[in-house]
Design a protein around this ligand. Sequence first.
Ligand SMILES: [Zn+2]
Length: 372
Amino acid sequence: MYKSLLLSLLLFCVFLSAPSSASGIHDYNFKVSRGDAFYKFFFSAGLSGQLLKKMMASDERAQRLNNIYPGDKFKITLNDNHELDQVLYSPVNDNPLLISYDGKSFSYRKERIQPIGELSHTIITIKKSLNYDAKKAGIGADVVKMMVDNFSWEIDFSKDLRKGDKFMLSWNGEKTPIAMVYVGNKKTIALFLYKNNLNQSKYYTFKGVTLNDTFTFAPTKYNRISSSFTKRRFHPTLKIYRSHRGTDFAAPSGTPVFAPAKGIIKYKATLSGYGNVVYLKHGSDYVTVYAHLSKFAKGLKSGKKIKKSELIGYVGSTGQSTGPHLHYEIRINGVHQDAEKIILPKQSFVPTNAMPEFQKRARRILKVLNEG
Ligand SMILES: [Zn+2]
């Protein structure tokens, strides 16, 4: 692990040192580091500001060069007269862009391959906890949070991790890993970074889907919403004003209640106010609550993984309740949200036309991880 970190550091430093001409005397190779701008590379290759201006004005695709990121690479090739022949721009997370110049005009071509530069990887072996062991492996808190945000949709970090489980992170010179792989004794989950057309990066499984789920609006078939989310309302049983931090779905007793998205049962109890209640955790940030249930679904217990639309219980009137209804809550990081108004994130997909390339890239990353 140290070896690979050192190696990546070494490679990074090699690329930092000004124009190299490794592949021929007319090739100038550059790797972008923080604060770099394309014109610096252009000038380093001995080309003029006038030509740069002409190139930037030649096509809107040239504007992409104003948005370069650490880890991106450039190869500027000159002809025998030391005039510009072509610029090959290879961003870390996008297809390479080839700009050719014939002495008069520029032509543009987007290469289909997503290149993978020199990959390095970090392996976190669980001995105590993800937080502890990741820190020991030199992984920053922001990356750990990203891991937890993604994997929590499938892994219960408080219960599922075992000594010896591994998290493998694959890097391509950027701050965020291009792949994150969990290898447990029961299952393996591999996630790959993909940047969509809107420049949003997310982690996707090999099948091209994010691990997070899309929530359905109501967890039960209901007749009407008998009470909306409000900060202050008159409580008919308690005869006092108090807030209602959930949504009440009126439905006959015994109507099935289904999980609106996949999750893990966090808590199941019978309480004086809520009656029979279930807390379902979705990912690291979301918790949904189902109160006044007449009964729980069979086999429901804390820690159980629940699929979207799986039965969790039946509408009832247990606890402090005036009649059969489902009291439903959505909490994000502990803060109650209005289920009728909140817009929840949806599951994302890699576009179908990008899938062959995405999977090819994913296979290559896994191969490197395997060999590493
Ligand atoms: Zn309620």
